[in-house]
Design a protein around this ligand. Structure first.
Ligand code: PGA
Length: 258
């Protein structure tokens, strides 16, 4: 059985004081939640402080991006080793906002996935179609290419820790969630694709998160779908109450099926 994960993507919200307050609130509310991997991904400038607060807790720290080189004259970039040094365990890679506003491509995403894994970070690799692609029936094709190209050349033992987040671009921050069926359909396709590219075991072990306007009132029905193993949460992760609610709902569901 795959262990569920609820990860909060704070995007470019929360200065360091606000970040500490939010992380503290979550930490206090979920300290006894055992069966969900809880992750928060604050902006770079908050990572050090939040990382310190989360040492020896049941919450993991993640970054929202990284560069692929270990060091060098790359003004403004952050290396995976630097993320490790402030306590990061995870890093989001290839988020659609990075693809859209910062020109990330399958080629750069692949380098980042490699750099993350080489440095012992768990990549949360994001894929998903735009509205235009969905409306022209290209969803499966687009996501297939993103997954295949992003992972090309890596073998399955190398990708053991990988987490994939399916985030339809039209659902991100729009309040328009994919229906559980729409999400499940793409998750099942990704799992099937991984089975073909690697093996049945690998495809069954890997965690696939859903992201895109997931919130307290739809997380349960999403999580009930067979191939949805958790969520990458944007807006609803910025408030203690909603984020904790989603963690607890997931935890209860998981406890029932265990
Ligand atoms: P959202 O963002 O939950 O605000 O739609 C999700 C994400 O971008 O990861």
């Amino acid at each position: 059985m795959r262990r569920p994960m609820i990860a909060g993507n704070w995007k470019m919200y929360k200065d360091v004081n606000e970040a500490v307050e939010l992380a503290n609130g979550i930490k206090r509310a979920v300290f006894d939640t055992e069966n969900v991997d809880i992750v928060v991904c604050p902006p770079f400038t908050d990572l050090g402080e939040v990382g310190e607060m989360l040492t020896e807790t049941n919450m993991g720290l993640g970054a929202q991006n990284c560069y692929w080189e270990a060091e060098g004259a790359y003004t403004g970039e952050i290396a995976p080793g630097m993320l490790k040094s402030v306590g990061c365990k995870y890093v989001i890679i290839g988020h659609s906002e990075r693809r859209k506003y910062f020109g990330e491509t399958e080629a750069t995403i692949k380098k980042k996935i490699k750099a993350a894994i080489d440095n012992g970070l768990i990549p949360i690799f994001c894929v998903g179609e735009t509205l235009e692609e969905r409306e022209s029936d290209k969803t499966m094709e687009v996501v297939k290419v993103q997954v295949t190209d992003g992972l090309k050349g890596f073998d399955e033992s190398y990708l053991e820790t990988l987490v994939i987040a399916y985030e339809p671009v039209w659902a991100i921050g729009t309040g328009k969630t994919a229906t559980p069926q729409q999400a499940q359909e793409v998750h099942a396709m990704i799992r099937d694709l991984l089975k073909g590219l690697y093996s049945e075991n690998f495809s069954q072990a890997i965690r696939l998160l859903y992201g895109g306007s997931a919130k307290p009132d739809n997380i349960e029905e999403l999580m009930k779908e067979e191939d949805i193993d958790g969520g990458l949460i944007g807006g609803a992760s910025l408030k203690v109450e909603s984020f904790v609610d989603m963690i607890k709902t997931t935890s209860h569901l998981y406890a029932q099926v265990q």
